[in-house]
Design a protein around this ligand. Sequence first.
Ligand code: ZN
Length: 438
Amino acid sequence: MPLTKLRILTHRMTRAERRFSLRTLVVLSSLPLFGVVAAFGLAPDTNTFDSTPQTIVQAIVLPTMADAADTGTYQRESVVQAGDTLASTLSRLNVDALEIQRLLASEPVRKMASSIRAGKRILATTQDGQLQTLRFEQGDAPALTITRQDDGAYVADENPAVLETRVVMRSGRILSSLYGATDSAGIPDKIANQMAETFSTTLDFREDLRRGDTFSVIYTVDYRNGEPVAAGQLLAAEFVNAGKAHRAVLFRDASGATGYYTPEGESLKKGFLRSPLEFSRVTSSFTNSRKHPIYGFHRAHTGVDFGAPTGTRVKATGDATVVFAGRKGGYGNLLILRHSSGYETYYAHLSAFATGIRAGRPVNQGQVVAYVGSTGASTGPHLHYEVRIAGRPQNPMAIKLPGSPPLAVAQRARFLQQTAGWSDKLLLLRGTNLAALD
Ligand SMILES: [Zn+2]
């Protein structure tokens, strides 16, 4: 039967082409449509850290016509072969015959049809089986994008979005608060928060911040058509607190896992956070906390008191299991967490517990577990925090906190190759930009 023959022929052709020229991409439908094919350029003098956005690109079996009605956003790409017409290329992209006719009847596509060249790529995006856009690569000229309008008509866009990721470096000096300084330096909140988070096992930003502290950050920014649209990821940071420099660089290991390390390769992820209180824009001022919290580490007082308004969020300082969450004498509302290696943390005088916090529940480091209050024997809103090791109270500000294992020797070369450039730039930033800001 001629029909069967034709089908077999088509099938063989598709398989052969697939081997050489056809790739089918599945992209997350929330991604900008042409994010995968846009150039993600770093300045040539930056190092080779891979800052390409996380995109899931997966080879899938070319769907049949019946599959084309599947939901979701698909991108298919085909390279124009010698002897191809626009119609033959489009049909290879699974655009159905009727749609091809409609496309070829539209002015921008007809113009395109005569100028396609072998070796150039055509990218089709379908949404729930309906063709949405076609992107034509054209020689040195910018790619042409044809987009389907709501009324079914196709319009050409000669200036499709150019997406790129750039590396930005900035420095600042603390005059009143962390966010005051990051605002003046033009650093997005997202990056300021990433910096505070990165150093949260080393520094207590609520209590340790000092006037004159300086910092530098290196981070990515996503650009669309030359305009910044979103802050990306912190690549490296330095925070000089009371004259002591703390540095962090982002490292992606061979398995793709990322983490922040000192330039010497020591992990910044530690068993415990420096502070159980959430650091936020509201609490970022250092002016009222020039002195450390009331230590009172004497017989009658086995912990540290952090003055903070009622309702301030309290975080678990390490991964743990809830041992107790309830009322207990002078402690008022008390939360006890059990960590590994015989560590326990106590959070007292709470106004409330976070949803789902009860005995037996696991909690993660940094998770909000409760809210500051003044219950029990308390004269005003504050958090009473204790660390106990094997049942004995320790001064949380003085104990050595367990850290993460250092970088494996095998990762060393990879680590240096990725991060040495950033470490150098942090040093340069400290020397130059700050002087200019003074
Ligand atoms: Zn206390």
